[in-house]
Design a protein around this ligand. Structure first.
Ligand code: SF4
Length: 261
C-alpha cells in the first residue's frame, strides 16, 4: 500500500486511490466542485489543485483524478497550491457571479470577489464543469445535453440548442449542478415540467386513480422498462400517486383480514 504524505499528515491508501481519497482519509480538506462519486472524475473545474513532489520539481495536479499509485508527497496548503486554487475560484466567480453555492465555497477558500469581467448573459452562471453532461450520459443513460462551441462560445446545450426530444426531465442534471444553474420549472397549468435553461418540456404523468400530477411521463416509462416484473403489483403502484397508493394498500390489507376473519 502506498504512503501519501499530505502536508503534515501521512496515510496509507490503495494504489488506485486518488489524492482526494487520500486527503479525505487523512482528514485534510481540498475544495471540490465538479467531483461526485457517481460520475467519472474529470478534473474540469480545477478547484482541487494541489502540488506534488516530483523530486527535482513540484507540479500542480488535480486531486480528484490523480491516482496515487506509489509513495507520494502532496502539498495542499503550499503557497503555490493555495494561490492556484484561489485564482481558479476568481475565474469561476466571473462565470457564475450569482451562484450562492460558489460564493460560500469562495469564502471558505479566502476569496472575496473577482477582478475579472463577468461573462456575457448567454453564458451566465455556468462554470462548464460538465457534471450535468456526465450524469445524463453515465447515470441516466440518455445523453440529452453536451458541450457546443469553443473558447468563449463554449456552452452546455441540447443538440442545435433546441428543446431535446431525448430529455426525460428526470432532473438529475439539476440535482448535480454544483452552482445551481440548472433548474426544474413546473408548469402545472399545462401539466408539464421544464428543465431550464435547456428548454426541454415534458408531460407529467397523472395518477391513474385521482388524476394528481406526478413524475414526468418519460421517467415512468423508462423506469417501468427497466424493472423486472416478478413483483406484479409494482407496475400498478408506479402509476399511482402516494395517496392512492396508500389507499390501495389499506384496501388490500382489509381484504386479507376479512378473508381470515
Ligand atoms: S433532465 Fe434531461 S438533460 Fe437533465 S439529466 Fe435528465 S435526461 Fe439528461
Amino acid at each position: 500500500m502506498p504512503t501519501v504524505r499530505i502536508d503534515d499528515r501521512e496515510v496509507k491508501v490503495n494504489a488506485e486511490d486518488t489524492i482526494l481519497d487520500a486527503a479525505n482519509k487523512a482528514g485534510k480538506w481540498i475544495p471540490t466542485l465538479c467531483y461526485s462519486p457517481v460520475i467519472s472524475a474529470s478534473g474540469s473545474c480545477r478547484i482541487c489543485m494541489v502540488e506534488i513532489d516530483r523530486g527535482d520539481r513540484r507540479q500542480l495536479v488535480t486531486a480528484c483524478n490523480y491516482p496515487v499509485r506509489r509513495d507520494i508527497t502532496v502539498y495542499v496548503e503550499s503557497e503555490t497550491a493555495v494561490r492556484a486554487r484561489q485564482g481558479i475560484m476568481k475565474l469561476l466567480l466571473a462565470r457564475s457571479p450569482e451562484s450562492e453555492e460558489l460564493h460560500l465555497l469562495a469564502e471558505r477558500m479566502g476569496v472575496k470577489g473577482t477582478p475579472y469581467p463577468k461573462v456575457t448573459e448567454s453564458q451566465r452562471n455556468c462554470i462548464l464543469c460538465g457534471m450535468c453532461i456526465l450524469v445524463c450520459e453515465e447515470v441516466i443513460d440518455v445523453s440529452a445535453i453536451g458541450f457546443s462551441g469553443r473558447g468563449v462560445e463554449k456552452m452546455v446545450t441540447t443538440p442545435f440548442k433546441l428543446a431535446s426530444e431525448e430529455c426525460i426531465a428526470c432532473g438529475a442534471c439539476a440535482a448535480i449542478c454544483p452552482v445551481g444553474t440548472i433548474k426544474i420549472r413546473p408548469h402545472l397549468d399545462d401539466g408539464e415540467v421544464e428543465i431550464s435553461p435547456f428548454k426541454s418540456r415534458v408531460k407529467l404523468k397523472k395518477c391513474k386513480e385521482c388524476g394528481e400530477l406526478m413524475v414526468p411521463e418519460p421517467v415512468t416509462k423508462k423506469m417501468l422498462g427497466k424493472v423486472d416484473f416478478t413483483w406484479k403489483e409494482y407496475k400498478e403502484r408506479a402509476l399511482l400517486c402516494p395517496v392512492c397508493k396508500r389507499k390501495k394498500s389499506a384496501e388490500a390489507l382489509s381484504l386479507v383480514e376479512s378473508k381470515r376473519g
